[in-house]
Ligand binder design. Structure first.
Ligand code: NAD
Length: 497
């Protein structure tokens, strides 16, 4: 039996026909915010439309709606089984809107359409569905007290959660907050990045369509120093789930200190190290995997393996293998279904990345691939995949998060030196160890001060596995059942029998 081939989608035609609604969504309705700003696409700088530029008054309206929804129990008071059904419908609607959401994501922040379709939309739906499925299987506890007492230990929803998210995986990052926060019964005010506000607004519409009560999930787009600050300072917000830079993560702690000591969960930056030992028996696969993970999403990933530490005996050979991978990732038109590396999010990010490339050259590193801007005539913000050899641990490109397609190769002498260099970072998000010896893999993994260690791979990822960092990469964990801990309070109730 022959199956009918899927029709090829003309993404350019769809993009030309797209009409964007950038109004905020508060208390179940689209509303005009106090101000708007013009949102441009990084593909070619075209204007996508006016988007709400939320101010403190808009945030206050959203928080009031969220608080009222929480206090009257229209969502928190529903049984976990009922919340499950609504969130399952929400996940189904996300999948049903796959092409629309993928197009919005690509136009908004520049990633290739094939990945918006195959990764971002399905991962967002899976996250929501996973917490939906989980929430009616979580039990509370009874403490092992003396026989004449009964002590219940229960998790209750926190109340109003403010979610502030970045632009690199706008939908997925939002879903990592929404899934556990909504499943646990909280109300949410989501502040997407000003660089990628469009999919968040559509997600909130789909949630309403799925049956989420009005006021439970509100979205106020806007700038960090305006809407973001107002949300994080708000006296009626109980917790902030933040994903973004370490610089702004510090501010979140300060906002909490200056307001109501709300809980702050920070998922921050990274400079993840890859340790390649000479005993590893498939260096081609190592080079392919590292390049694929590094250049995925234009290198705009918090866990990008941007510091490659290679044993000095194989370094020259390994750099050649890495450099041979670079041509697979040339920057292309994000709306072309074959493109694997798209545009950086905006001109500011382009300047940041080019600035790091210049600093690498000035400090004496050698670009063995890329190092230049690409597709300038399109008006978009593209950089070729870049690999620096001869990097030392003191160079800026070895120490600072670049958040672009720039990989640095450093050399190590022995295992102890590799571990010391890997840990010589303010960050502690992820690392990977490449070795054919299981004892070495475990020995090194134990000593790495990071939230996740990959062994002989980099791309395994699952919603069941906690994600987050040590040190200045943050606190708390997204994903897995552990994320529910962030959005619930622990209540002890004691009875004398
Ligand atoms: P960013 O810190 O500039 O912005 C993140 C969010 O915070 C945005 O919504 C922004 O508007 C808001 N914001 C900015 N300034 C603010 C302020 N003064 N007050 C309140 N809110 C403010 O980060 P970005 O450039 O959007 O994202 C890139 C960063 O995110 C990178 O450092 C990356 O490593 C990190 N990130 C971390 C993870 C993780 O899970 N650890 C995942 C993705 C991205």
């Amino acid at each position: 039996m022959s199956s009918t081939p899927k029709p090829v989608i003309d993404w350019h035609a769809r993009a030309a026909a797209l009409r964007v609604d950038g109004r905020a969504l508060i208390n179940g309705r689209r509303v005009e915010a106090a101000e708007t700003f013009g949102k441009h696409s990084p593909l070619d700088n075209r204007l996508l439309g006016p988007v709400a530029r939320g101010q403190a008054t808009d945030i206050d309206a959203a928080v009031r709606a969220a608080r009222a929804a929480f206090d009257d129990g229209r969502w928190a008071g529903q049984s976990p089984a009922k919340r499950k059904r609504v969130l399952q419908r929400f996940a189904e609607l996300i999948l049903g809107a796959q092409e629309e959401l993928a197009l919005l994501e690509t136009l908004d922040m520049g990633k290739p359409i094939q990945y918006s379709m195959a990764v971002d939309v399905p991962a967002t739906a899976r996250c929501i569905a996973w917490y939906a499925e989980a929430i009616d299987k979580v039990y509370d506890e009874i403490a092992p007290t003396a026989a004449n007492a009964l002590a219940l230990i229960q998790r209750e929803p926190m109340g109003v959660v403010g979610a502030i998210v970045p632009w690199n995986y706008p939908m997925i990052m939002a879903s990592w907050k929404l899934g556990p926060a909504l499943a646990a019964g909280n109300s949410v005010v989501l502040k997407p990045s000003e660089k990628s506000p469009l999919t968040a607004l559509r997600l909130a519409e789909l949630a309403l369509q799925a049956g989420l009560p009005e006021g439970v999930f509100n979205v106020v787009p806007g700038f960090g120093h305006e809407a973001g600050e107002a949300l994080a300072l708000h006296m009626n917000v109980d917790a902030i789930g933040f994903t973004g830079s370490t610089r702004v993560g510090r501010r979140m702690l300060d906002y909490a200190g200056r307001s109501n000591l709300k809980r702050v969960y920070n998922e921050l930056g990274g400079k993840s190290a890859v340790l390649v030992f000479p005993d590893f028996d498939d260096l081609d696969r190592a080079a392919q995997t590292i390049a694929a993970s590094m250049f995925f999403n234009q290198g705009e990933s918090c866990n990008a393996p941007s510091r490659v530490l290679v044993h000095e005996s194989i370094a020259e050979d390994f750099v050649k293998r890495l450099a041979a991978e670079a041509p697979r990732y040339v920057a292309g038109d994000p709306l072309d279904a074959n493109t694997v590396m798209g545009a950086l999010v905006d001109e500011g990010q382009l300047k940041t990345v080019m600035g790091y490339i210049d600093s690498g050259k000035e400090e004496g590193a050698c670009a063995v691939a890329g190092g230049v801007r690409a597709r300038e005539a399109t008006g978009g913000f593209f950089v070729e995949p870049t690999i620096f050899d001869g990097v030392s641990g003191s160079m800026r490109i070895a120490r600072e998060e670049i958040f672009g397609p720039v990989l640095s190769v450093l050399r190590f002498k022995d295992e102890a030196d590799a571990i010391a260099q890997a840990n010589d970072s303010a960050y502690g998000l992820q690392a990977s160890v490449w070795t054919s010896h299981i004892d070495r893999a475990h020995r090194v993994a134990r000593k790495l001060r990071v939230g996740t260690v990959h062994v002989n791979q980099y791309d395994e990822d699952d919603i069941t596995v906690p994600f987050g960092g040590y040190k200045q990469s943050g606190n708390g964990r997204d994903k897995s059942l552990h994320a529910l801990e962030k959005y619930t309070e622990l209540k002890s109730t004691l009875l004398k029998l």
